[in-house]
Design a protein around this ligand. Structure first.
Ligand SMILES: [Zn+2]
Length: 213
């Protein structure tokens, strides 16, 4: 399998966004499209990022499938509603990647340790392969350190939207975000500026040492 990072020179970057608590107000295990609400700053963020012309991709842990709270198919209307929300704000949802697993689930088919549940980078790698973007020019934006770690592991730049959702702060070099901001619109402005100017992650990024092609 080819490594998308090797194509950094020719492929564009993407913006990878966590869903619950970052793009949307966190309603635990919600799959009701009518209860999906944009988080503070998210509308402005979508307008800003939508103007970049790079793929915007949602990467989200959905362990409610493994726990048996809802079916995997219930995520389809969620994806559709997200796409509509993006469009309402001048953006296009290029991809929706979710991890339905949990190590301590109840539904056998989804109960396991996997490589896609953040902080593992599997969702980001899947997205990069399918949508043909370079992880080394991409940014991961999320509200907890597991998002930051997934971004680092994938070789992306990382922004932590510190809106109070991270409560454990188990810090390590791979959990240190390149930027920490209070709201998603602030994250979007930083990412947009960086992608417009150089399109790459900061040279000091710890993850860059681990993703050399
Ligand atoms: Zn998984």
């Amino acid at each position: 399998m080819s490594d998308p990072v090797q194509n950094t020179r020719t492929l564009p970057g993407a913006v990878l966004l966590d869903k619950d608590g970052t793009l949307l107000d966190d309603v635990p295990y919600n799959v009701d499209p009518d209860r999906m609400r944009l988080a503070r700053g998210a509308a402005a963020a979508l307008r800003e990022l939508g103007g970049l012309g790079v793929p915007l991709v949602v990467v989200t842990n959905q362990p409610g499938v493994a726990h048996g709270y809802h079916a995997e198919a219930d995520l389809l209307p969620v994806r559709e509603r997200l796409g509509a929300i993006f469009a309402e704000h001048g953006a296009t949802l290029a991809g929706f990647y979710y991890c339905p697993h949990h190590p301590q689930g109840k539904v056998p088919a989804y109960t396991r340790a996997c490589l896609c549940r953040k902080p593992m980078p599997g969702l980001l790698l899947q997205a990069a392969r399918a949508l043909h973007f370079a992880l080394g020019r991409s940014w991961m934006i999320g509200d907890i350190l597991n998002d930051v770690e997934a971004g680092h592991r994938a070789g992306c730049g990382t922004v932590l939207v510190d809106c109070g959702n991270e409560t454990e702060w188990e810090l390590s070099p791979t959990r240190q975000a390149h930027y920490v901001v209070p709201t998603l619109d602030a994250a979007a402005r930083i990412v947009a500026a960086r992608m417009r100017t150089c399109g790459t992650v900061p040279a000091a990024a710890p993850a860059m040492q681990t993703v050399a092609p």
